[in-house]
Design a protein around this ligand. Structure first.
Ligand SMILES: Cc1ncc(COP(=O)(O)O)c(C=O)c1O
Length: 444
């Protein structure tokens, strides 16, 4: 059984229409081929993959359309499936695994904490809390931190804090606060956040929508300046739009946003959930342009790929607007989360991961640029983060990901013909070269 053949998945999945996939073309390269592997996941009669995929589909809502790869273990940049096939993980949990799978320092911190204390709620203080908040605040160059769990919760926190700041500090009339966001944004999945999404799949059928958001074209300073008025409390942006296909704004845009926000007394809120924490070759994507937002929104890699940890970081005149009872989370800032995330912050404080991302990212981008005109039509990104547009005449992004998976490389498509490459920052140069070779072979 070959799970990459479209007839087994139906003609069209939630990620769009599935074109034909060549039969018999799913070759796993020798370097990656484990002893017992056959052509592709599910290609062996004894394979455990088809049944595991069927069971997962049988018992869950179909809110994802995963590649049929059933992962059972992982280490560093590599994962292994239930049939013993190894894959280089070039998605890295949408950048939640910047430090690789099961980084030994992070796993040791988790184990040690599991043996002592896991949950207190914020009704009490625990002994891991202050270290985490202080070290993260210092990494961000901010006075205060507010920890949550998922990225969407941190974005919600940023929205609530911005509105409250607007009413209490800026003096916006009650109930009239507006927040300016960008076209093509992705900030999460709550009802308020999808209210200002421009992606119909994310938004349609989930109304009624939360008011108070204005959407402007990403990268267009003039449009932003026009949208900001005396009711505006914040501009909420991804410094690089990840889910949109790793879209980097034009040079000067982020400094321009910074200037505008300062001039008009508006908070610049940078959603660095995917772009931050080393992914782009700096601690934050805003650093590339020397920009300091008023509030960082962080998540994903903050939990070290072990626990969900998110946070916002801002100065006291912003985050200090919250009073007891106005916002919170049972699990936010729990001892296990703090123990792991403190070690994440310490890993970042060494600068090693940012350096690796910058150096290896240059190698990745040089290689990808070499494929433009050879099956790729465009390449974008920074550091170890790339969005590549496949020539739609050749195949869809989904098909490219299927063929890459059959060659032992995991990546994720978005918006039809784009695929994202974001390997863990522990990836080695020769492994990146291998990814480039596999991509070239897929495009041939
Ligand atoms: C920029 C950005 N913000 C927010 C989120 C939402 O994070 P979560 O899925 O943890 O809620 C994501 C997730 O992909 C993201 O990329």
């Amino acid at each position: 059984m070959n799970l990459f053949q479209p007839e087994l998945r139906g003609a069209a999945g939630p990620d769009g229409p599935q074109g034909e996939v060549e039969k018999g073309s799913l070759i796993v390269d020798d370097v990656l081929r484990p002893q017992e592997a056959t052509d592709a996941p599910g290609g062996d009669e004894m394979s455990r993959t088809p049944e595991a995929v069927r069971e997962a589909e049988r018992w869950t809502a179909h809110n994802y359309h995963p590649l049929p790869v059933v992962i059972s273990s992982a280490e560093g940049a590599w994962v292994t499936d239930v049939d013993g096939r190894r894959y280089l993980d070039c998605l890295a949990g949408y950048s939640a695994l910047n430090f690789g799978h099961r980084h030994p320092t992070l796993v040791a911190a988790a184990h040690a904490q599991l043996d002592r204390l896991t949950l207190t709620s914020r009704a009490f203080v625990h002994d891991q809390f202050a270290d985490f908040c202080r070290e993260l605040a210092q990494l961000c160059g901010k006075d205060l931190v507010l920890p949550m769990n998922t990225g969407a919760e941190a974005v919600e926190t940023a929205i609530k804090v911005s509105r409250k700041w607007g009413y209490r500090v800026k003096g916006v009339p009650d109930g009239q606060a507006t927040i300016v966001v960008a076209d093509g944004n992705f900030h999460g999945r709550t009802t308020t956040i999808v209210s200002f999404s421009t992606d119909r799949e994310a938004r349609d059928d989930f109304g009624p929508y939360t008011p108070g958001f204005r959407i402007v074209p990403y990268g267009d300073l003039a449009a932003l300046a026009e949208a900001v008025d005396e009711t505006t409390v914040a501009v909420l942006l991804e410094p690089i739009q990840g889910e949109q296909g790793v879209v980097v704004p034009p040079p000067g845009y982020l400094p321009g946003v910074r200037r505008l926000c300062t001039e008009r007394n508006v908070l610049f809120v940078a959603d660095e959930i995917q772009s931050g924490l080393g992914r782009t070759g700096e601690t934050f994507a805003c650093d590339h342009e020397g920009v300091k937002p008023d509030m960082y929104v962080l998540g994903k890699a903050l939990g070290g790929g072990i626990v969900p940890v998110s946070a916002v970081a801002a100065d006291a005149e912003v985050l200090g607007v919250l009073r007891p009872g106005e916002h919170g989370s049972t699990f936010g800032g729990n001892p296990l989360a703090c123990a792991v995330a403190t070690e994440v912050v310490r890993l970042l404080a060494t600068g090693e991961f940012q350096r690796r991302s910058a150096e290896l990212g240059a190698r990745l981008h040089a290689g990808l640029r070499g494929l433009v005109g050879e099956g790729l039509v465009a390449v974008r990104g920074r550091g170890l983060w790339a969005g590549v547009d496949i020539d739609p005449a050749l195949m869809t992004g989904r098909q490219a990901c299927e063929r890459l998976a059959a060659r032992g490389v995991l990546a994720k498509d978005t918006h039809g013909s784009t695929i994202r490459l974001a390997p863990p920052l522990v990836v080695e140069a020769h492994e990146l070269d291998h990814v480039l070779e596999q991509l070239a072979a897929v495009l041939r």
